[in-house]
Design a protein around this ligand. Structure first.
Ligand SMILES: *Cc1c(COP(=O)(O)O)cnc(C)c1O
Length: 298
């Protein structure tokens, strides 16, 4: 289960020259030909652990457009696991492109209404799912657990340039926790929350607890969520289209666009000192682009 190494490429922009800041992108969107991005990093050690424990079935949770469910279905099939995706809400037919891909990979899809879904971590629900599907290896929603953190820490090892700040988008906090734990002492991790609210600081602190260090080399910015998870404003759509045209780099609106918007905005506002080198992690998730109307009208 080797992850394809990916390059770190420089972004060229007049603003960067003007502000004396260097910006690179670590192309994690290229780390797998099908699933792409941080979800594959998060799954790698979970798949190994499932195998070690003798499980042949993986079960996890997600929304109908979840990058995690997509990745689980894809790599689950690749490495010979049965997969079960427990999806929030009701079935909508025809299946969207995320779920129809998952089904083509052999994933069994089961829907839970939103009230029940909220209690998905409760033993009664997990037992109910065991009665339905038999024994399984459980992977949390979004794929975040300590094995995921370990997988994401390995992103650091592939970055060969020197940098001061490492940026990534934040959903559950698993990816940034991995980056924080793998970061060199003089570097800082800057996360951009794709969700509203300040609870992510506590989540990351919780995830870091098992480490031996007391990390203080990180910040989560909550100014660029654009209204909250999966909320998209016209301003963000305009940014995406201009960014993709200028830099020939595909991004998506849920996570990576919010991060890049935030980075450019902070550069404009002189948040970074002259001479700073930033590496932004492109966390992939490009499959999600299929679901957006603004893509279809292009
Ligand atoms: C899931 C996801 C994230 C968020 O990762 P977390 O580990 O949940 O914080 C960021 N970017 C993309 C593209 C994702 O799919």
């Amino acid at each position: 289960m080797e992850i394809q190494p990916t390059p770190t490429v420089e972004i060229h922009d007049p603003l960067l020259v003007q502000k004396g800041v260097k910006l690179y992108v670590k192309r994690e969107d290229l780390n797998h030909t099908v699933v792409s991005g941080n979800k594959w990093r998060k799954l790698k050690y979970n798949l190994q652990e499932a195998k070690r424990l003798g499980h042949d079935t993986l079960l996890s949770f997600g929304g109908a457009f979840s990058n995690h469910i997509y990745a689980l279905a894809g790599v689950g099939q690749e490495f010979g696991f049965k997969t079960i995706g427990v999806i929030r809400g009701e079935e909508h037919l025809p299946l969207n492109s995320t779920l129809s891909f998952a089904q083509q990979c052999g994933m069994r899809i089961h829907y839970l209404d939103r009230t029940v879904y909220r209690q998905k971590a409760q033993p009664e629900i997990l037992d109910f799912l065991k009665d339905l599907f038999g024994d399984y290896y459980l992977i949390p929603e979004g794929g975040t657990n300590q094995l995921a953190v370990r997988g994401c820490a390995e992103i650091i090892d592939e970055i060969e340039i020197d940098y001061d700040i490492l940026c990534c988008p934040v959903g559950t906090g698993g990816t940034i926790t991995g980056l924080i734990s793998g970061l060199a002492g003089n570097c800082h991790a800057l996360g951009f929350s794709a969700l509203k609210g300040d609870f992510l600081n506590a989540e990351v602190r919780e995830l870091l607890k098992t480490g031996e260090n007391n990390f203080s080399n990180w910040t989560i910015n909550t100014d660029y969520h654009f209204g909250g998870y999966a909320k998209i404003k016209l301003e963000l759509v305009d940014f995406i289209l201009a960014f993709e045209k200028t830099h020939s780099l595909p991004i998506e609106p849920i996570y990576t666009a919010k991060m890049f918007y935030g980075i450019f905005d902070l550069i404009k506002k002189d948040y970074f000192q002259k001479g700073t080198t930033i590496v932004a992690i492109h966390t992939g998730g490009l499959q999600g682009n299929n679901g957006f109307e603004f893509r279809k009208s292009l």
